[in-house]
Design a protein around this ligand. Structure first.
Ligand code: NI
Length: 171
């Protein structure tokens, strides 16, 4: 297992759509292990493969955030959100937007169909934070980012602060 570098906006690779996974072998298992280690080290509640420069349709979430809660790692390969229902707002963050937190509107409940790391198909119904995390991470697989959900002014502010940050980091 290895901690991988998380790409920060405005890295253009975050806009690459993920390709479907067709092989469920050791390379995928290694990718998922690396993603989990990277997410827990950050720490974050979700991570999508394009965030570490792997343009593949894979994301993980673990919304068990309490220190004494057991981990609840869930792996989604080739996911598809097949039902959305209701509306909720959550203050979201993203490991590709360090320091940024924005209120974003999402469906309150979702039903997702995906494969696990072995290729087995499963369906899951989620609400609350888990539903938010699934929608947020699923967006990454289409090259869609949290700022795309913001109004024009907030989007510009977030864009500028991230560009400024990346310029400072490169100096
Ligand atoms: Ni994100």
């Amino acid at each position: 297992m290895a901690i991988r570098t998380i790409l920060h906006y405005p890295d253009k690779r975050l806009r690459d759509p993920g390709r479907p996974v067709t092989e469920f072998g050791p390379a995928l298992a290694k990718l998922v292990d690396d993603m989990a280690e990277t997410m827990y080290a950050a720490p974050g509640v979700g991570l999508a493969a394009p965030q570490i420069g792997e343009a593949k349709r894979v994301f993980i979430v673990d919304v068990a955030t309490g220190d004494d809660e057991p981990s609840d790692l869930r792996v989604f390969v080739n996911p598809e959100i097949i039902e959305r229902d209701g509306i909720q707002q959550w203050e979201e963050g993203c490991l590709s937007f360090p320091g940024i937190h924005e209120e974003i509107e999402r469906a309150e409940r979702v039903k997702v169909r995906a494969q696990d790391a072995h290729g087995n198909v499963f369906e899951l119904e989620a609400d609350g934070l888990l539903a938010v995390a699934i929608q947020h991470e699923n967006d990454h697989l289409d090259g869609k980012l949290m700022l795309d959900h913001l109004g024009l002014i907030r989007r510009r502010l977030v864009h500028r602060s991230m560009v400024k940050r990346s310029t400072v980091a490169a100096e």
